[in-house]
Design a protein around this ligand. Structure first.
Ligand code: ATP
Ligand code: MG
Length: 563
């Protein structure tokens, strides 16, 4: 990232979006001397690709400006939060390749101070305890066109409010019977300013503060003040918080806070054929539409990791996205192509047969053991090669044989000759079928002079197919994934659950993989099965039950490679 100096002797990063432009301006004017950002998740679910956009933006900006980025949990709702989510979020941020400054921070670290500040608002006549129910508060709030109505409890004295608020803290009241509200303006054009609730009673144990509190600040009351406590210079968030900014500013102006953060909003990431809303993702998990937060079909960081997607590919994809204020949708194909590009460059090549068909090479000597030298990456000789067992009986892909092939089919057919990758030319001599007429075996012959894949007489074959020796094959279950939703924009036409793709998971139980696959452990980088796609061991995989996930298919699974 090119940097230039300015009068204040601070570094300015070349402008690529309105946020960096703003930061440059602040550094030049001197209103900011150190860039401090934060990624502020609520620990109520796993992180998804939308969060990855926010993570990359916050951490990258801090690094570009030699500043600091905090990981801060906005943990104000113990009913929905869990230590499990805190741990998962930390793991995901680290896996994406980022390090936060110091220890993770928590809004709950400041509960005492936030309580003090709520009392400060009460003392200055800017907050009151309200006895209206949640429904009544909603009814009194008005609409975009109708101003709200003031609560009958709005004019309690400061002393009365302080006493009631104390009693709320001491556990005198049931959930929902009282709230503390900021006293701002029930007629404001911005509904967020119509006396928002800032504390509610929740007799609920908190992952970090345990039983200490039974009243909790709302997200809106905690978020901006916590930014201030952390001296965040640029509070970056998504556009839906733009309407909350006047409220955050109101709190900052009316409280004895240590610093004045400024919020800047950018558009959310939306991706086709999936959902990036925690509420929906939670529903998919809790109602069993997927196997968990890390189901490889989920757009969660944990799901992508389990599917074998490298974190580099996610960062590359995110860095290509514009940071702007216009809402749009990114095609999932763009993510897929970032994944393919990365894996094509880096992944080792292997051979595996997903839908096996047995061939017997009749003129190959019985019990003969032969090993073929197969390169690990056709474009990268430095990645070396490996020995792959060959034999008289082999598995090939069912799709690589057609009894009555059309003109453009260059693979195996009766009387046809093809190349077995890095091995020999073979010719199909006989097709064996079962009683229902299905092809179950092929009898072939090989040409011993074509070892390595070339005929000394210069004769050519049009197709090269992959294979695995029956004697050396490892059995595996292979899980093929496709889009979780049929619709590009789930939920746009009907309930998003009706857009679920019921065929997003296909399980193949009888796959035959070359022996070196046993070197891979869950968490190993994906390998390419030649001509098929990229695969990695699932977290449930072990030595006895090999389970592989297809990370992604090859773009042209058959077309080009078979010419
Ligand atoms: P959701 O809207 O999916 O329920 P959230 O905004 O409630 O998510 P948080 O844990 O509060 O989830 O999000 C942490 C940060 O991630 C916030 O600053 C939020 O703006 C940002 N973020 C969430 N979703 C996206 C998205 N789709 N694109 C970009 N940033 C996002
Ligand atoms: Mg949020």
């Amino acid at each position: 990232m090119p940097k230039t100096s300015n009068n204040h002797n601070t570094e300015v990063v070349s402008t690529s979006d309105f946020i960096r432009e703003q930061i440059n301006k602040d550094l030049v004017s001197g209103s900011v001397t150190k860039v401090v950002t934060r990624f502020p998740p609520e620990p109520n679910g796993f992180l998804h690709l939308g969060h990855a956009k926010s993570i990359c933006l916050n951490f990258t900006i801090a690094a570009e400006y030699d500043g600091q980025c905090n990981l801060r949990f906005d943990d104000t709702n113990p009913v929905k939060e869990d230590q499990l989510f805190i741990e998962a979020i930390k793991e995901d941020v680290k896996w994406l390749g980022f390090s936060w400054a110091g220890e993770p921070k928590y809004a709950s670290d400041n509960f005492e101070l936030l309580y003090e500040w709520a009392c400060h608002l009460i003392r200055t006549g800017k907050a009151y305890v309200d006895d209206l129910t949640a429904d009544e508060i909603r009814d009194y709030r008005g609409t975009l066109t109708v101003p709200g109505t003031e609560s009958p409890h709005r004019n309690r004295t400061a002393d009365e409010n302080l006493e009631l608020f104390d009693q709320m803290r001491d556990g005198h009241y049931e959930n929902g019977t009282k709230v503390l509200r900021a006293k701002i303006d029930m007629a404001s054009g911005n509904i967020n300013l119509r006396d928002p609730v800032i504390y509610r009673i929740l007799h609920s144990s908190h992952p970090r503060t345990g039983e200490k509190w039974c009243i909790y600040p709302t997200y809106d009351f905690a978020h901006g003040q916590t930014d201030s406590i952390e001296f965040i210079s640029h509070s970056l968030c998504t556009l839906e918080f733009a309407d909350h900014r006047p409220l955050y500013d109101w709190f900052i102006e009316n409280l004895p806070v240590p610093s004045r953060p400024h919020q800047y909003e950018f558009s959310r990431l939306n991706i086709s054929h999936t959902v990036l809303s925690k509420r929906r993702l939670t529903q998919l998990v809790t109602e069993g539409f997927v196997a968990g937060w890390d189901d490889p079909r989920m757009p969660t960081i944990a799901g992508l990791r389990r599917r074998g997607v490298p974190s580099d590919a996610i960062r590359f994809f995110i860095n290509e996205l514009a940071i702007s204020k216009s809402e749009g949708m990114v095609e999932q194909a763009m993510l897929d192509s970032a994944i393919r590009e990365n894996l094509n460059d880096n992944s080792l090549r292997r051979m595996g047969v997903l839908k096996p068909l047995k061939i017997i090479i009749e003129n190959y000597p019985d019990n003969h053991l032969e090993e073929m030298e197969v390169p690990n990456h056709p474009g990268k000789p430095e990645l070396g090669s490996r020995k792959v067992r060959f034999g008289r009986e082999l598995w090939i892909e069912q799709d690589d044989f057609m009894e009555d092939p059309p003109r453009k089919f260059f693979r195996l057919g009766p009387g046809r000759e093809v190349r077995l990758r890095c091995a020999y030319f073979i010719t199909c001599r006989e097709v064996i079928k079962n009683s229902s007429g299905e092809v179950v075996e092929l009898r072939c012959t090989y040409d011993p002079d074509t070892r390595g894949g070339n005929a000394p007489d210069g004769r050519k074959v049009r197709g090269t197919i992959h294979w695995v020796a029956v004697d050396a094959a490892v059995n595996a279950e292979v899980r093929l994934y496709s889009h979780l939703f049929n619709s590009e924009t789930p939920g746009q036409e009907r309930d998003y659950l009706e857009d679920i793709n019921k065929n997003s998971l296909e399980i193949l139980n009888n796959c035959k993989i070359e022996q070196s696959i046993t070197d891979l452990k869950p968490g190993s980088p994906a390998v390419q099965f030649e001509r098929l796609g990229y695969f990695c061991p699932d977290t449930s995989s072990n030595q006895n039950d090999l389970v592989l996930n297809r990370t992604i298919s090859l773009r042209d699974s058959w077309a080009k490679i078979n010419q």
